[in-house]
Design a protein. Structure first.
Length: 652
C-alpha cells in the first residue's frame, strides 16, 4: 500500500533543503559532555590541589598540567585511527566509536577518585604551614624583615620579584596621599582579629567584629567608618585601612611566599617527594584512560553528520560540552564555597566521577551508533554529498554498507585488504607530493596552516585556562569560591553563543568567523593586562576580570566551533577519525608546551604577563589563518524537483 508524505518539506522553488537533526546531534553530544565534565574540573581544580598540597612554582605546575597533553600527542591520533579500523564483537554490537567511549569512561572513573586521596597528608601539612605564616601577618619582626627583603629585591631587579613587590604598581598608588616608599611598604600589616562579614563580593551591608566582639560603625561621606579603639590602642578604622592596604599591595606576594615555604619545608622532604611521585603515577593512569576515548568520541559527530552541516553540528556538540562543563562548575563551586578541608578535593572528584557515569548511561540509552551512521550515509547518497576524495570510487561504493554492518565482515579478508591498501600507500614523500593535483596540494597546505593556527590559539588559550584558578586566587587575591564563580559565569554566558555562532559560520564562512573570534580574544587579554589589578575590595577586580574574560571566552567559542569542522572538511569518510587525531595533536601539543612556558614567564616577570603572552600567541594564529584557502563551509546541496517528486510517495 502506498501513502503520501507531507508535501510541506518541499520549498516554493520545488527544492528541499538539507537540515541538521538537532535532537540526534544533542544525544551524540553526551559523549563530549563526559569529556568536558572531566576536563573542566581538572583544569580548575588540579592547579589548586597542586598549589595547596605541594606549593609548586608556576613553571613546575605548568609542566605537570601539560603532561596530559604531552601524552595525548601520540595517543589521540593512535586511538582515532584504531577506532577508524576497529572490528570485532564489540564493534558488531555497538559500532566503531562506542566501545572506546564506554571502556575509557569506566576506567577513568575508577582511577580518578584516587587522585586527591594520594595528597591528603600533604594537604594537611600545607594547611598547617599556611595557618602558621598567616598568624604572623601582624608581627613587626616577621613583617619588617620579610617585606623589606621583597622591596630590596624589587629595587635590585631580581627575577620574579614583581610577584612579591610590584614597584610599578606601588608607584601608581598612594597611601594617605603619600607615595608608597620602602618605609610605607614594610609598615603594612594585617590584623587577623578584625573580621568583616558581608554579602557576596562585598555587596550589601557589612558587619565588623574584633576578636569576636561586634564593632559600631557610622557613616562619613557616604562610607562606613569603624568607631572606637582596639585593646592594643589602635583605632578600629586604622586597623581596617591597614588590612585593606595589605589586600591591595601585599596579599599576592604573601600567597607566593606561602607556596614557597610549603615547597621548601614540606614537599622537598622524602615523604613529600614520595607523595608527589604517587600522585603523578595515579594522575598518569587517569590521563591515559581519558586519552583512549577522546578522539573516538569527537569523531562520532562527523560519522553521523553530512559535511555541510558539521559547523552547526559542532556548535551543538560544544553546547553539550558546555553542559558537561557546567555540571563540573556546579560541583567544584559548591564544594569550594565552604571552608577548605582535606576532604574537599575528594568530594569534588567523586562527584565528577558520578556525573560522568550518569552521562555515559544517557549516551548508551539514546545513541545507537550503527543506526545513526547508516542514516547519515543514506542522506549523503540521497543528496549527492561526496565524503570521499578522488580515486576512492571503489571505497565510495562499498563504505556505507561496511559502516552499516560494522564488525560483521570477514576479519581475515578485511586484514588482507587493509595490508594491500597500506602497501600501496608506501611511497617516498617526494613521489607522494608530486602525484598530487594542484587542488590537492592547496588543500594540504591549508590543512597544515589550519593546524598551525589551531596550535597557536590553543597556546594562548590554555596558558590562561591552566593558570586561571591560581592567578585569580594568588594575584587578584580572590577566594577559590569566587574565582570558580567567575569562571562558571563566563562559561555559562558564553555557552549561549554556541548556536548563533554555528549560524554565523553559515552566513560569513568559517574562516572569517574564526578571525573575528580571535580579534575579540586579543582585545580582551590586552584589557586584562592593562586594567585588572588586586584591590582593597574584591568586587572591582572580580567584575572587571569577569567582563573581559567573558568577551575573550565568547571570541574563542567562535573559533572553537569552526576550527574542527575546517579540519574534517578536508578529511574523508575513511579518515575522519585520523584527522580528528591530527586536530587533537595540534591542540594537545600546544597544551603540553604552553603551561610550562607561561609558568616560566610568570616566575621570571610578573603574573600579569600571562595575558600579554596569550594575546601574542593568538595574533600569530590570526596571521596563519589569513593564508588558509580551503576548509571553509560550502553551500548545502538541495534535491532537484524530480527527486522531490520521488519523495512524495513511498511504499510500506
Amino acid at each position: 500500500m502506498r501513502k503520501k508524505k507531507s508535501p510541506e518539506a518541499v520549498e516554493a522553488d520545488g527544492q528541499k533543503t538539507l537540515k541538521l537533526d538537532y535532537p540526534q546531534t544533542f544525544k551524540v553530544g553526551f559523549a563530549f559532555a563526559i569529556i568536558m565534565l572531566f576536563w573542566t574540573a581538572y583544569d580548575f581544580v588540579v592547579p589548586l590541589l597542586l598549589e595547596h598540597a605541594y606549593g609548586l612554582s608556576n613553571a613546575m605546575r605548568g609542566f605537570i598540567m601539560g603532561l596530559d597533553n604531552l601524552l595525548s600527542l601520540f595517543m589521540l591520533p593512535l586511538f582515532g585511527k584504531i577506532s577508524d579500523k576497529a572490528n570485532g564483537k564489540l564493534v558488531k554490537k555497538w559500532g566503531r566509536r562506542t566501545p572506546f567511549i564506554v571502556i575509557g569512561t569506566i576506567a577513568s572513573v575508577v582511577l580518578m577518585v584516587f587522585v586527591p586521596i594520594a595528597t591528603m597528608k600533604q594537604q594537611e601539612k600545607g594547611m598547617a604551614k599556611k595557618a602558621e605564616i598567616e598568624a604572623l601577618r601582624n608581627d613587626d619582626d616577621f613583617m619588617n624583615g620579610l617585606l623589606g627583603g621583597w622591596y630590596d629585591d624589587a629595587v635590585a631587579g631580581k627575577k620574579g620579584s614583581a610577584n612579591y613587590c610590584d614597584l610599578d604598581y606601588l608607584k601608581q598608588n598612594k597611601i594617605d596621599g603619600k607615595a608608597i616608599d620602602r618605609d610605607a611598604f614594610i609598615s603594612i600589616r594585617f590584623d587577623n582579629k578584625l573580621k568583616a562579614k558581608s554579602g557576596f563580593l562585598g555587596l550589601g551591608g557589612t558587619t565588623y567584629t574584633y576578636d569576636g566582639v561586634e564593632i559600631e560603625t557610622k557613616k562619613e561621606d557616604g562610607k562606613a567608618v569603624l568607631v572606637g579603639n582596639a585593646p592594643n590602642g589602635k583605632s578600629y578604622q586604622s586597623i581596617k585601612e591597614n588590612n585593606d592596604h595589605y589586600n591591595k599591595y601585599v596579599a599576592a606576594g604573601m600567597n607566593n611566599y606561602i607556596s614557597d615555604e610549603i615547597h621548601e619545608n614540606i614537599t622537598k622532604t622524602s615523604e613529600g617527594k614520595s607523595s608527589l611521585a604517587i600522585y603523578m603515577v595515579i594522575l598518569l593512569l587517569v590521563l591515559i584512560a581519558m586519552a583512549t576515548f577522546r578522539s573516538p568520541a569527537v569523531a562520532l559527530m562527523p560519522d553521523v553528520t553530512p559535511k555541510p552541516l558539521r559547523s552547526q553540528a559542532n556548535a551543538i556538540i560544544n553546547l553539550c560540552g558546555g553542559a558537561g562543563g557546567a555540571i563540573a562548575f556546579i560541583i567544584y563551586t559548591v564544594a569550594l564555597m565552604f571552608p577548605l578541608t582535606v576532604n574537599t578535593y575528594t568530594i569534588i572528584f567523586a562527584s565528577v566521577a558520578a556525573g560522568m557515569l550518569l552521562l555515559l548511561g544517557g549516551f548508551l540509552t539514546f545513541v545507537k551508533e550503527k543506526k545513526l551512521v547508516a542514516k547519515c550515509q543514506e542522506i549523503c547518497k540521497e543528496y549527492g554529498i561526496d565524503d570521499f576524495d578522488e580515486g576512492e570510487e571503489g571505497a565510495k561504493a562499498t563504505f556505507a554498507e561496511e559502516l552499516i554492518a560494522e564488525g560483521e565482515g570477514n576479519e581475515e579478508e578485511a586484514k588482507e585488504l587493509e595490508a594491500k591498501r597500506v602497501k600501496k600507500q608506501h611511497k617516498s614523500p617526494k613521489v607522494w607530493w608530486n602525484e598530487k593535483t594542484d587542488e590537492e596540494k592547496g588543500k594540504l597546505k591549508s590543512f597544515w596552516l589550519i593546524l598551525a593556527s589551531i596550535f597557536m590559539w590553543f597556546m594562548g588559550y590554555n596558558a590562561i585556562s591552566s593558570n586561571l584558578s591560581v592567578y585569580t586566587t594568588k594575584t587578584l587575591n580572590l577566594s577559590a569560591g569566587v574565582a570558580s564563580i567567575i569562571s562558571g559565569v563566563s562559561m555559562g554566558i558564553s555557552a549561549i553563543a554556541f548556536i548563533p555562532v554555528g549560524a554565523l559560520a553559515a552566513k560569513i564562512g568559517r574562516r572569517k568567523s574564526i578571525m573575528l573570534g580571535f580579534a575579540l580574544a586579543v582585545v580582551s587579554f590586552f584589557l586584562i593586562f592593562f586594567f585588572v589589578h588586586a584591590g582593597e575590595k574584591a568586587i572591582v577586580p572580580a567584575v572587571l576580570f569577569a567582563l573581559f574574560y567573558l568577551i575573550a571566552g565568547f571570541g574563542l567559542i567562535i573559533a572553537n566551533v569552526n576550527t574542527f569542522p575546517m579540519v574534517t572538511e578536508l578529511s574523508t569518510a575513511e579518515t575522519v577519525g585520523q584527522y580528528t587525531g591530527y586536530y587533537y595533536t595540534a591542540t594537545m601539543s600546544a597544551q603540553a608546551i604552553t603551561p610550562f612556558i607561561a609558568g616560566l614567564i610568570m616566575d621570571n616577570s610578573k603574573n600579569e604577563m600571562l595575558f600579554l603572552y596569550s594575546a601574542i600567541c593568538i595574533i600569530i594564529a590570526i596571521v596563519l589563518m589569513m593564508f588558509v584557502k580551503h576548509g571553509d563551509s560550502k553551500p548545502i546541496p538541495k534535491k532537484n524537483k524530480l527527486e522531490q517528486y520521488g519523495d512524495l510517495v513511498d511504499s510500506d
